[in-house]
Design a protein around this ligand. Sequence first.
Ligand SMILES: Nc1ncnc2c1ncn2[C@@H]1O[C@H](COP(=O)(O)OP(=O)(O)OP(=O)(O)O)[C@@H](O)[C@H]1O
Ligand SMILES: [Mg+2]
Length: 239
Amino acid sequence: MPLLELKQVASGYGSVEALHQISLSVEAGEIVTLLGANGAGKTTTLQTISGLLRTFSGEIWFDGHAIHQLSPEKIVRLGLAHVPEGRRIFPGLTVRENILLGASNRNGIKRSVLENETDEVFEIFPEIKRFENVLGWTLSGGQQQMLAVARGLMSRPKLLMLDEPSLGLAPLIVQNLFAAIRTIHSRGTTLLLVEQNANMALSVASRGYVLDSGNITIEGTPQELLNNEQVRIAYLGGH
Ligand SMILES: Nc1ncnc2c1ncn2[C@@H]1O[C@H](COP(=O)(O)OP(=O)(O)OP(=O)(O)O)[C@@H](O)[C@H]1O
Ligand SMILES: [Mg+2]
């Protein structure tokens, strides 16, 4: 059984359907990428999985549980974390405090244990470790993105979903971020990665899906997607 499985899921905003019966799966240990143009429905997909948007029809299964009727809090507690688009740093808190807040769903864990886990997370992101005591919002865009991912890790997810982590970052920073994504994966976390940067996403993924106007149109290995004419024209700027 896959770690995450969407079966014919429709969802959207109010009564307007934005996702039309999409099916996808993520096996434990994979990095799966979800590609698509602006407005394709990538963010809607992640928000539906994490319970922020209501599923109109279909089923979502995670780690043996049907989650399409559950609250976002319950879904996080099952081990599914979502780092949203746009970083969302808590402005009045330090970098370290921002990270610690990622553990707020885990009740009854000693502060000292969480402080140790924060130090472990900093090992993955040495660029932000030296800023641990400064206010989070003063960091650069790339550092804020790393902070957002670091905070997501504090819920100890089995599956981490990242929504366009590379958006707006300089190429060198994107390289650093993807190195961190590889490290997170090698330490045992499964990832669902939403990206418009198809080249980077396909360089780390084991499989990918293409979303177009709320429909999954293509699924395959990175090699298959890189060789697909439609993908090349739409997402890789090639022919
Ligand atoms: N809050 C909202 N209310 C109504 N419609 C929305 C809302 N957010 C998104 N939509 C619509 O849902 C569709 C999918 O949008 P979504 O944000 O999921 O796309 P996306 O693939 O994440 O795009 P981007 O790459 O720009 O982030 C679009 O048609 C969009 O206009
Ligand atoms: Mg989006």
